[in-house]
Design a protein around this ligand. Sequence first.
Ligand SMILES: C[S@@+](CC[C@H](N)C(=O)[O-])C[C@H]1O[C@@H](n2cnc3c(N)ncnc32)[C@H](O)[C@@H]1O
Length: 264
Amino acid sequence: MSDRSQGSAPGGGAPGGAAWSGHDGARAFAAVEGATDRLLGYPFVLRALAGRIGTGQVLVDYGCGPGRVADHAARVLGARVLGVDTSPQMLELARASAPAVAGFHLVENGRVSGLPDGCADAVMCNHVLASLPTEDALLGVFGEIRRLLRPGAPFVLLTTDPACSGTEYASVRIGEPGAAYAPGDEVTVRLLRTDGTWQEMRNHAWPVDLFPELLGRAGFRYVGRHRPTVAEALAVADPDLVAARPWTAERARPPLVVTTAVAE
Ligand SMILES: C[S@@+](CC[C@H](N)C(=O)[O-])C[C@H]1O[C@@H](n2cnc3c(N)ncnc32)[C@H](O)[C@@H]1O
């Protein structure tokens, strides 16, 4: 573990609860700095959605957390963004800090309350799968997202690749150096906080190769996978962020993957 680490014990949520659950989990995620994601993740999710969702159309952010990305997407894409999450505390935080988001819905027993079948013109789902413990849970989330989408609508999924374990990225380290993780294995992820300390979170490893088959079973046509690079980020990410660091590890082995699919 790096000497910069002085974070809390793995979990970041209520004792015994899911990752980022409860008030403590919500506050912990809201304090995550996320430079690597802001460089190689979110801008590419928005790029995948741009041109495929029009002004005023409905974009659901599935597992919206504190709503930062949902709020940004609403402003950039002009879409009517709805944030959904299993955590009432995350939704409470998002309501208070993401004013461009049009509405929020709680996920209860695997179903989004108050949203009918086919109501969404697009769905994005960023860094949610790592919280899920089983393949069945992944299928459940994909199935609920499929229910929300109208046929032909796009789904954009952002995940961290567990094959990139042990590398010290600017704001994240996935697992331990030299370790290999099988599907569903527990993996401790370290995330940089805005105060310079590190938060540890117990996650699950889901190799990106697993997604096409699961998406097919959930009623999607798998479209593709993209691993954004620092060179590409020059054109889509915040120029000040790009210039702020050397991004040595991100250049050598980019750790984020954007998977896209279409609802059948
Ligand atoms: C790591 S945070 C990511 C938040 C946001 N998408 C982002 O990228 O900033 C994961 C979020 O997913 C939510 N979550 C976990 N399991 C979920 C599920 N089965 N359905 C919907 N949301 C879920 C958590 O409550 C948490 O807010």
